[in-house]
Design a binder for this molecule. Structure first.
Ligand SMILES: O=P(O)(O)OC[C@@]1(O)O[C@H](CO)[C@@H](O)C1O
Length: 407
């Protein structure tokens, strides 16, 4: 099966200095059969249904969900209600998209706005009884209680006595492939988290990553988390390894300030994962205990920023976040969405240099991502040729992954 690549627009390209950006169109969702189209046409309606089924919402929420389903399927983009706290910000970000089809807006914007509107529909920021109730919590919790997590935690016992290098690689890969566990995929019945015969790294700069973090160098590492549960657990285990083996003296874990992209991690999810770890027997429990203490001691700190839920590329990050990333030894960005925001949600020529695209980033940066959307850069020509020849849906199915580093 060959992939139908999303349609893209040069006109909607955001201003960017590089010539490569000028040539790489922004991804839209209006190409029927493309990945982006499928997200809006299938994944979003399925998600509305799942959220609706997961809570005993009242009439008001059901009506708002009906209206969102209708608008996003058949209508034009409507602004956020004036009483929503960030109405002004979204009015700015959405200029040019309101009154037009959702499918004609940049994919990144449309997806991001969909999640914001879903929160509005269920009253997440309202003053009523559903205020602050994460509509995705039941899915996250079920995953955390599931057999897969149980098994992954048990497997840590076998790794406890492995040589440090072997353990480091295994934990880095666990964090990387943990990104395949994305509840957004499951909303529409796709399953990148299943058994994958063709798993492969399309780029592997892990040697550069470890070079940036020699043991004992008092490094601070920023980890920008992606999904909760099955991804955040291995992220936390990797963080413990960095701290234990003195690759980092301090780790700052950045999470979302509110629910986003179904399974994205917030502070509450960090707490749930730490609790899951500490309550586990064996090595998992020991790791959980160390991390719990690390939070109190300041070697592990959780932070959040509204920019993490903004429909913008990292190139447009605000000054405070820029300073934050400039001040650390390495920033590790987890997941597909962070990758799209890091390099720009565009149809790059897949061999465009990753280092050039991320030159604006204020410090060394590593992307750990399974491939779940059309965006890809930094591939060797030979790798690209092999992937294209395979005929597989390698860009979007989550069967492939990458570790890319810009020093
Ligand atoms: O950032 P994650 O969790 O790795 O992936 C999120 C993600 O798979 O969800 C979208 C579809 O809903 C994709 O476009 C995408 O990037």
């Amino acid at each position: 099966m060959t992939e139908k690549i999303s349609r893209a627009s040069r006109e909607t390209a955001v201003a960017s200095g590089s010539a490569a950006a000028a040539a790489a169109p922004v991804i839209l969702s209006n190409e029927r059969g493309s990945f982006a189209w499928g997200v809006l046409a299938k994944r979003h309606p399925a998600l509305i249904q799942q959220v609706r089924d997961a809570f005993p919402y009242g009439r008001r929420q059901h009506e708002a969900l009906d209206a969102l389903l209708d608008e996003s399927s058949n209508g034009v983009v409507e602004p956020l209600a004036p009483e929503e706290p960030d109405h002004g910000r979204w009015a700015d970000w959405g200029r040019g998209h309101f009154g037009r089809s959702w499918y004609d807006a940049p994919f990144l914007w449309a997806e991001s706005y969909f999640y914001r509107r879903l929160l509005a529909a269920v009253g997440y920021f309202g003053t009523g009884p559903w205020q602050g109730v994460d509509p995705f919590a039941p899915f996250k919790q079920a995953e955390l209680r599931g057999e897969a997590v149980e098994e992954e935690l048990r497997a840590l016992d076998a790794l406890a006595d492995a040589p440090a290098g072997e353990r480091a690689t295994a934990l880095l890969h666990a964090s990387l492939w943990g990104n395949r566990a994305d509840l957004g995929f499951r909303a529409s019945g796709e399953s990148p988290a299943g058994e994958v015969a063709t798993s492969a790294l399309v780029a592997d700069d892990s040697a550069a990553l470890w070079q940036l973090l020699p043991a004992g160098a008092s490094a601070t590492v920023a980890v920008v988390a992606d999904n909760a549960g099955r991804e955040l657990i291995p992220d936390l285990i990797l963080i413990d390894h960095l701290l234990e083996h003195r690759h980092a003296e301090r780790v700052v874990l950045h999470v979302k300030p509110y629910p986003y992209y179904v399974s994205d991690a917030m502070t509450a999810d960090v707490v749930d994962c730490l609790r899951r770890l500490t309550e586990a027997p064996g090595e998992a429990g020991r790791i959980g205990g160390r991390l719990w203490k690390g939070m109190a001691a300041g070697s592990l700190e959780v932070r959040t920023h509204s920019f993490f839920c903004a429909p913008l590329p990292y190139e447009e990050m605000p000054e405070d976040l820029r300073k934050e990333f400039a001040g650390v030894t390495l920033t590790i960005l987890k997941g597909d969405l962070n990758y799209r925001r890091l390099v720009g949600d565009r149809l790059w020529d897949a061999t465009t240099s990753f280092a050039e695209l991320t030159a604006y980033f204020p410090g060394p940066v590593a992307a750990l991502r399974t491939l779940k959307s059309d965006v890809i850069a930094g591939l060797q020509q030979g790798t690209l040729d092999d992937l294209e020849r395979s005929g597989a849906a390698w860009r979007t199915s989550g069967t492939h992954a990458l570790i890319q580093v810009r020093k």
